[in-house]
Ligand binder design. Structure first.
Ligand SMILES: *Cc1c(COP(=O)(O)O)cnc(C)c1O
Length: 422
């Protein structure tokens, strides 16, 4: 079987361009909520595989690297590895998870962002056993700190390209001074580092927001990276890769069209121009977003002055995106009868914060106590951003694949919460 066999999708290898919340089997989800309790994340590994397949077909000559921070669950990482993607890791912890899921060192790229010393210690240790591991640096001090640890391996330089993109200012990185070395300084530094390290690539990531409507920021970033690669090439010889980051958008609203991956791929190749290096891309969200849903139970329904407030057991500690980015997630009742009246609901969690809402003024069938709601596109940055604020244990997660369903992460307990106390 080919590693990129997309499974049962009807559009060839990679399945349909998007999976909407409505297309999940409601009865199966309700059964999972009953069996495993709520709040519960459900991740569909077949859909992860399809998403990987579509990326591989759209970028057949490129290295596709999964930005692991979107979802680091072991079954997801394994699926991504089997589908032929590499791993892009933002911390030593993610590097460990990638190794744990069976990625070989030469398919792991560690992107250092103001790395704590312990991260560098661990990554350099790992590199000694696995010299194929690549380290991406975004500051001169990081190179110094790697040198102090005896690292002289595969180095990639992260440029700050001066163009950003994002669905929210908090996820735009390309022009944010925190990330990367100003692009105009990269050629000189790359030239000096090439003598000492195995200089393999240049990298930039604009943020999370490549959308079909406007590819201009993406094009501009890629154009600048092509220019940079040619400049570095003329000084130190060919690079192995030029990595233009992730940020492939997904339609969070049910009426939004899916991203036209082929159009993004065409625009990328055209803007890059001719370079003697392999193109690399680093999608995170695109791989997992529509492969996950969050299930939550209704505990209270209250008529407030200007809204019906539906109190559920998932909140900002379960899914942070609405509170953090004002993100929109579809909400579907899995249990309301067909003839239920539609109301405008505010769905709120159990946390003592006003920001603790999953949606506001949302038309949904009038919920009753005990109903199960599904929150769509929860596979990316969902479980990963969960916290224990308000001493609320993190949810469980089940992974489904074909007809197999298994508990991927057990629910945290109150005992887990106090386990670190001395
Ligand atoms: C987060 C991140 C990505 C992935 O971003 P998505 O929007 O999830 O595709 C890629 N590269 C780097 C360096 C990142 O930090």
């Amino acid at each position: 079987m080919s590693a990129v066999d997309g499974g049962s999708g009807d559009d060839g290898d990679g399945g349909p361009a998007v999976r909407r919340l409505d297309e999940w089997d409601g009865a199966e989800l309700v059964a999972l909520a009953e069996e495993y309790g709520t709040p519960l994340y459900v991740v569909d590994l077949d859909r992860v595989e399809e998403n990987c397949g579509r990326l591989r077909s759209a970028f057949p000559d490129a290295d596709v690297r999964y930005a692991a921070k979107a979802h680091t669950g072991r079954p997801v990482l394994r699926t991504v590895r089997e589908a032929g993607l590499d791993a892009e890791c933002a911390s030593a912890g993610e590097v460990e998870r990638a190794f744990g899921a069976g990625f070989p060192g030469d398919r792991i790229q560690y992107t250092a962002v103001n790395p704590p010393g312990e991260d560098l210690d661990l990554v350099v240790d790992r590199w000694r056993e696995h010299p194929g591991l690549t380290v991406t640096v975004g500051a001169e001090a990081t190179v110094e700190r790697l040198r102090e640890r005896g690292f002289d391996g595969r180095l990639c330089v992260r440029a700050n390209p001066g163009v950003g993109a994002g669905h929210h200012e908090k996820v735009s990185t390309g022009a944010n001074a925190k990330f990367g070395i100003p692009i105009e300084r990269v050629p000189d530094l790359a030239e000096s580092w090439a003598a000492e390290f195995d200089l393999v690539g240049v990298h930039a990531h604009a943020g999370s927001g490549i959308s079909g409507e406007d590819l201009s920021a993406h094009r501009e970033l890629v154009r600048r990276m092509g220019e940079l690669a040619r400049d570095v090439d003329s000084r130190v010889g060919a690079l192995e890769f030029v990595d233009v980051g992730g940020g492939f958008g997904v339609p969070y609203r049910s009426d939004e069209p899916p991203l036209d991956l082929e159009a993004v791929a065409d625009a990328t190749r055209e803007a890059l121009g001719s370079v003697d290096a392999t193109l690399a891309v680093e999608p995170g969200r695109y791989v997992v977003a529509d492969a996950g849903v969050l299930l939550t139970r209704v505990n209270t329904v209250k008529e407030a002055r200007d809204a019906t407030v539906v109190g559920v057991d998932a909140g900002m500690t379960t899914l942070a995106r609405p509170a953090m980015y004002d993100a929109y997630h579809d909400v579907r009742s899995l249990t309301a009868p067909d003839d239920a009246e539609t109301i405008e609901a505010t769905v709120a969690g159990p946390i003592c914060e006003s920001a603790d809402v999953l949606c506001e003024h949302r038309p949904i069938p009038r919920p009753e106590r005990g109903d199960i709601l599904a929150v769509g596109n929860a596979g990316a940055y969902g479980y990963e951003m969960s916290s224990t604020y308000n001493s609320r244990p993190r949810p469980a997660e089940v992974a489904r694949s074909g007809t197999t369903i298994r508990l991927a992460r057990r629910r945290e307990t109150l005992t887990d919460l106090t386990a670190l106390e001395q």
